[in-house]
Design a protein around this ligand. Structure first.
Ligand SMILES: C=C(O[C@H]1C=CC=C(C(=O)O)[C@@H]1O)C(=O)O
Length: 396
């Protein structure tokens, strides 16, 4: 699939847009196809904080009335009934992709306080309860999340944090989303490796992930970790359940789809993942990326399988509502084109506080300690960017 047309317009280097970002701005997004900055909420029409389901007809109507080049961008929460955080931007700035190989230094934060919510022990206990429930059926997979709350000595430099995430994760979907806040600006920032859906001219692609292992510290160990993940029956099973759910959702919408039979390995700077690149075609020209988003979200990568009983089980086992974590972040235009990533590998940052998010897929033969280690490894994306990779919680 070619890059999305909005990203194809003659436009400025992504690095310029990144340098224009300031904390509190509504939205920054960088993908392998391009860059988008919405610098000014005053140039946006406010969108009501309703759920995507109730808002969809309004979004379509607004996009049709909007001036040429307008787009809708922002984030959709995990819970389908929870309010979205979206902007209708009349003059978004689109840019070219960021250079892949840019060097950027992480921050040098000093942490005064770390707290896992739930605690590591309670997270493992919840995985154990989930695993026992999965052995009884009918649910085959759930995903459980946790938070790492951090207080740093000085306020986190949000522009520098975004800059590092944006330059160090060239293959990912990097974002900063302004959150409603009093006092200091608050943002949700991250570098997600997972493409929920991108659509251009009726053709779509996705890169769903399930199955994760930390990378090795030297070349040989790294190659062994990759092979271990590829050979892991538990991870292959977890991945297959996710693909089954996505296939069913896309068939439900009547899409033609091309799905490889086996997953491939993809690396991030700290993790190996099992990934399946999916391509397809929408069945009708009036459908677009928002229809795909609505039919796919939440995929079993974040919501378990089968969806409804899995969500009910997760609701019983997870302590806190996820909010925007494991929702979708991205943009779309009036032609039905756009790109949405899964909102993972992210943190909410305000002043000297950062809340990091991570989750892990659980199946009937999951090991609670291994799932806990997986979430600890996932925290490393944001910990490393903050300069706090010394926090390990028994990763080894
Ligand atoms: C919710 C998360 O993981 C999901 C997304 C990618 C890989 C996953 C896994 O391998 O378990 C999870 O399904 C997260 O990374 O925070």
């Amino acid at each position: 699939m070619d890059a999305c047309p909005a990203f194809n317009r003659p436009n400025m280097p992504g690095e310029v847009l990144l340098s224009q970002y300031r904390p509190g701005m509504p939205f920054f997004f960088a993908s392998p196809s391009g860059t988008l900055l919405i610098p000014d909420a005053a140039q946006c029409d406010p969108l009501p904080g309703e759920s995507l389901t109730t808002l969809l007809p309004t979004l379509r109507h607004w996009l049709q009335q909007a001036p040429d080049g307008a787009c809708i961008a922002g984030a959709i929460p995990f819970g389908r009934q929870e309010p979205v955080r979206l902007w209708l931007a009349k003059a978004p700035r689109f840019g070219q992709p960021l250079q892949k190989e840019s060097h950027s230094r992480p921050l040098a934060s000093q942490a005064q306080f770390y707290q896992s919510v739930p605690s590591a022990e309670d997270f493992e206990a919840a995985v154990g309860l989930a695993r026992d429930a999965l052995r009884q059926g009918p649910v085959q997979k759930v995903v459980l999340g946790r938070q790492l709350q951090i207080e740093t000595r000085d306020a986190v430099d949000q522009a520098a944090l975004l800059r590092h995430l944006a330059l160090a994760h060239g293959a990912g979907y990097r974002f900063a989303l302004g959150l409603a806040a009093q006092d200091a600006p608050a943002s949700l920032m991250g570098a997600s490796p997972e493409l929920l859906i991108a659509c251009h001219d009726g053709q779509f692609e996705a890169l769903p992930l399930a199955g994760t292992l930390a990378r090795g510290s030297h070349t040989q160990e790294d190659a062994q970790q990759a092979q271990r993940l590829l050979a892991s029956r538990k991870d292959q099973h977890e991945h297959a359940l996710m693909i089954q759910g996505i296939r069913e959702a896309l068939q439900g919408l009547g899409c033609q789809t091309w799905i490889p039979e086996t997953p491939q390995l993809i690396p991030t700077p700290t993790l190996w993942h099992l990934a399946t690149p999916i391509r397809g075609r929408l069945p009708a020209s009036h459908l677009g990326v928002l229809d795909l988003l609505q039919c796919l979200h939440p995929t079993p990568a974040v919501g378990g399988y089968p969806t409804e009983p899995a969500l009910a089980l997760m609701d019983r086992l997870e302590h806190d509502p996820r909010g925007l974590f494991t929702g979708a972040v991205g943009w779309c235009d009036a032609q039905g084109n756009g790109e949405w990533a899964v909102t993972i590998r992210c943190a909410q940052v305000q002043g000297n506080r950062a809340t990091l998010y991570a989750g892990a897929g659980v199946v009937a033969d999951s090991d609670p300690a291994a799932e806990r280690r997986e979430t600890a490894a996932k925290f490393q994306t944001l910990l490393g960017a903050l300069g706090l990779s010394g926090w390990t919680e028994g990763l080894a």
